[in-house]
Design a binder for this molecule. Structure first.
Ligand code: ADP
Ligand code: GLC
Length: 491
């Protein structure tokens, strides 16, 4: 199949979260299975820095009609990974030559509607310019959802390149939908016909994700449990009705993400100080010491060390973590390391803990792939108290590194972690709690520490179970292939 993958970010080029990881590793897995995959994303020169050198301009200047038909001119750059996989970058300095992808200093760029309408339309134009006969157009999150609308519109449905195209829209995070004042419809070139409940209209505004949900041949999200959860108002951010409508038609599915086992492999990882495997954990003990040194903690093998790597957003539930750890820091013999950035009050609260409890609590406020790998390798536990979690990749990374996840049972966390109990020891891979209260999280962290201290055989088994679980893209890629084949039919 000729698969076009549309995204606003992909690792290693530009990344703010798991969408970037998935946008590299799933296309890679599909290409390995013999499909031709073309990934389209913006060219962010300031963010991509040295990775820009690997790209080269292909084709002519790219004309992208915006608004009432005036063309914006861009360029297509290519980075060919292998015979079956190419990344294509849409270059347009006014829209994408910025210090960060979506915001600056906590404020969304005010022209985000225009920027991502441009991206979606530019992808359609680039497909024509490169003359790709598209079997599957796979858009991701709100930034590129409009591709699905364009595909069905009179602007593009007459082209040969799209005559057999099925569209898929994947929701990686329903908390971000691309909702803007309806005046932005102007930039789409679609006209007011599309401003209705079956497409872009949403409480008298435009909603790009909703339009994708309503028009795609198939809507997916990144875990089976999240696919259920988003049908209810508690999780849907007001999108439950469109989703229920598609679910009744058999057009909504949850497919769990895999992980890139080349990048996240403790046996070969070059970003960690010592490698290790499930048959020999000596290197893990050394990684713990290095992590303690890196964060200025007391260097001790016997103390339970909890790690966190996260965006500091409401979604991640770290407000509850911040609320519950004070008593643990006062009363328990434990250590914490956390790396994250996001909401300022959370950054400040974590930095304050690091000042108040040196030797016990370490915080790195910012973004560092190397330190993220070091935390995954060196901690004993990985904490994810998510309010909601479409899939979550970190809990899978941590299991691969023998770092036992402590998670709230929601979305992909529910689907990928098996809760420990003495009766379930053969399958257990972590610890779960259900209600997002400080006491529930604290009790679960303490419960985990008591197993760590008092039941070493059980703890060793939990580690081994996680390290030997297959989280590769293998099965997931096959599920997507099946989905692509049947996207027009009812499941
Ligand atoms: P989300 O996409 O919601 O943030 P995921 O668990 O799917 O959550 O993916 C998060 C990805 O971002 C992981 O690869 C994780 O290691 C990475 N990450 C998050 N915060 C940081 C950070 N501060 N520094 C480095 N990597 C980070
Ligand atoms: C989003 C979700 C996360 C998921 C990732 C990749 O960022 O918040 O749970 O793992 O997308 O699908």
């Amino acid at each position: 199949m000729n698969i076009v993958w549309a995204t606003s970010e992909a690792a290693p080029y530009a990344k703010t979260g798991g969408l970037a990881d998935v946008s590299y590793s799933l296309p890679y897995a599909l290409a390995e299975n013999g499909h031709n995959v073309s990934v389209f994303m913006p060219y962010y020169p300031q963010v991509m820095a040295e990775k820009c050198d690997d790209t080269e301009v292909v084709g002519e200047l790219l004309g992208v009609p915006l608004g009432d038909g005036n063309e914006e001119w861009g360029q297509i750059r290519q980075h060919k990974i292998n015979e079956n996989l190419s990344f294509y970058f849409i270059e347009h300095h006014k829209y994408f030559d910025r210090p960060k992808l979506y915001d600056w200093d906590g404020q969304e760029y005010t022209d985000n509607a225009e920027r991502f309408i441009f991206l979606s339309r530019a992808i359609m134009q680039a497909v024509l310019a490169l003359d790709i006969k598209v079997d599957v157009l796979h858009a991701n999150d709100w930034h590129t959802s409009l591709c699905s609308v364009y595909l069905k519109s009179s602007l593009y449905n007459g082209f040969d390149n799209f005559s057999k195209t099925k569209s898929v829209v994947t929701i990686h995070n329903i908390g971000y939908q691309g909702v803007f004042p309806k005046s932005n419809l102007f930039w789409t070139g679609l006209g007011w016909d599309y401003f209705n409940v079956h497409c872009l209209e949403f409480y008298d505004q435009v909603n790009f994700l909703k339009a994708g949900v309503m028009t795609a041949d198939m809507v997916t999200t990144v875990s089976p449990t999240y696919a259920e959860e988003i049908l209810s108002p508690e999780y849907s951010f007001n999108l439950e009705q469109p989703l229920q409508h598609r679910a009744v038609q058999g057009k909504l599915r949850g497919i769990i993400n895999g992980i890139d086992i080349q990048e996240w492999n403790p046996e070969t990882d070059k970003l960690i100080p010592h490698n290790f495997s499930h048959t020999d954990l000596t290197g893990k003990a050394l990684c713990k010491m290095e992590l303690q040194k890196e964060f200025g903690l007391e260097v001790r093998a016997d103390v339970p060390l909890y790690g966190v790597v996260s965006r500091l957003a409401t979604q991640k539930g770290l407000d509850v973590f911040i609320e519950c750890i004070d008593s643990m820091l006062k009363e328990d013999d434990v250590q914490f390391v956390i790396i994250g950035s996001g909401e300022k009050w959370q950054e400040n609260a974590l930095a304050d803990y690091a000042k108040a409890y040196p030797g016990k609590f370490g915080a790195f406020i910012g973004y560092s792939n190397k330190i993220a790998h070091m935390v995954e390798a060196g901690a004993d536990f990985f904490v994810m108290p998510s309010r909601y979690e479409p899939c979550g990749l970190n809990q899978m990374y941590s299991m691969k590194y023998g770092t036992v996840p402590i998670v709230r049972s929601t979305g992909g966390l529910e689907d990928t972690v098996n809760n420990y109990s003495a009766a379930n020891i053969d399958a257990a891979t972590g610890f779960k709690f259900y209600d997002l209260y400080p006491a529930a999280l604290r009790d679960t962290m303490r419960w985990a520490a008591s197993v760590y201290r008092n039941d070493k055989p059980a703890f060793a088994k939990i580690i081994k179970n996680g390290m030997t679980t297959d989280f590769s893209w293998h099965h997931t890629a096959e599920e997507y292939e099946e989905l692509y084949q049947h996207a027009n039919t009812r499941f």
